[in-house]
Design a protein around this ligand. Structure first.
Ligand code: ADP
Length: 314
């Protein structure tokens, strides 16, 4: 099977227990939960049986061990996660607002994640990789951008493929070259996985079909537009395939897009038809929102298939 690699931020999430809870005063917290968009993605892919590994860095601390242990338990290759003494593992504190938006306090660039590099272990992992997935949030510093771009070039040079999820997190995406890097990654991508309005950040068109056509003409193989509870729509040069979401009670939306993307890319790599890849991806996205914590809703393929067999579409 083809091997999937991603590179980027690894952190723990600590969640305010109450909706609208302020971080300006003490309050009840939940967590730590293992997190970081590329870590969630690689964890979900591995849980589905996809060979998958992550390039990143953690501190020599409990939060780092929590992440590595979880990824290993899910079946991911953790050989290229560097463990640094002297730097703590990254953190994200999140509070949910009444309008369902999220407020984050991130510490990524100044954490161990900021030390990400293409070291010997990362080079070894990339030597056996066939596909690279890039998260926009992983382009959080010039150094992280360099790692992502070199992973893309290594894999492309041997005929591999690239997927890209803009995963815009304005709180952390402040690298000077970030916009140019987003455009560069998109230009090298085969699969583009925007969520909602992110589609229009890369196109001058005003409607979904216009934007999809414009982006496909620039060289993408396909675009998968994530639409929250409504599911997703796949676009390629032959047309579009829409797939309804599954009806679930959402308790925490964080991680849904990453789990969805991991499932779609894993099944695309296996040669699945778009409708089948979308069905598995919608199921993984739906299961992700049923648990508090970004990686707590990751399930193995058998459980995802059982959910699909009993699950109701919207
Ligand atoms: P992102 O997390 O990247 O913003 P979405 O919110 O669109 O992306 O969620 C990604 C996918 O997860 C959706 O396309 C859908 O399959 C699934 N999903 C998200 N929220 C729900 C929900 N409330 N109910 C069912 N499925 C959901």
């Amino acid at each position: 099977m083809r091997k999937l690699v991603s590179a980027g931020e690894i952190l723990v999430e600590i969640m305010a227990e109450r909706i609208g809870q302020s971080f300006l005063e003490p309050g009840p917290l939940l967590g730590p939960y293992p997190s970081g968009a590329p870590a969630i993605f690689i964890g979900q892919a591995a849980a589905l049986g996809q060979p998958a590994g992550l390039i990143g860095a953690v501190g020599d601390d409990d939060f780092g061990r929590l992440n590595i242990d979880r990824l290993r338990a899910l079946g991911a290759d953790v050989s290229a996660i560097a463990v640094h003494t002297g730097h703590a593992t990254g953190t994200a504190f999140v509070t949910y607002r009444a309008d369902a938006s999220r407020h984050f306090v991130f510490n990524i660039r100044n954490s161990a994640s900021g030390l990400i590099e293409t070291d010997a272990a990362a080079t070894n992992l990339l030597a056996c990789a066939d596909h690279v997935h890039v998260m926009g949030s992983s382009l959080f510093s010039d150094r992280a951008i360099a790692v992502a771009l070199s992973a893309i070039e290594t894999v492309k040079a041997k005929g591999g493929t690239v997927s890209f999820d803009p995963n815009i997190r304005r709180e952390i995406m402040q690298a000077s070259g970030m916009r140019a890097a987003l455009d560069h990654v998109l230009a090298r991508a085969d699969i583009f996985l925007p969520s909602g309005e992110e589609l229009f950040l890369f196109s001058s068109a005003k409607d979904e079909k216009g934007a999809a056509d414009e982006l496909l003409a620039r060289g993408l193989s396909c675009i998968v537009l994530k639409k929250g509870a409504a599911g997703a729509v796949y676009h390629d040069h032959h047309g579009a395939v829409a797939s309804s979401g599954f009806a679930v009670d959402e308790v925490d939306p964080t991680g849904a897009g990453d789990c969805f993307g991991a499932a779609f890319v894993s099944f695309w790599l296996r040669g699945a038809a778009p409708a089948e890849a979308l069905r598995i991806a919608n199921a993984c996205g739906a299961l992700a929102v049923t648990r508090k914590g970004p990686m707590e809703g990751i399930f193995p393929l058998e459980a995802v298939e059982a959910f699909i067999a009993t699950g109701n579409t919207q």
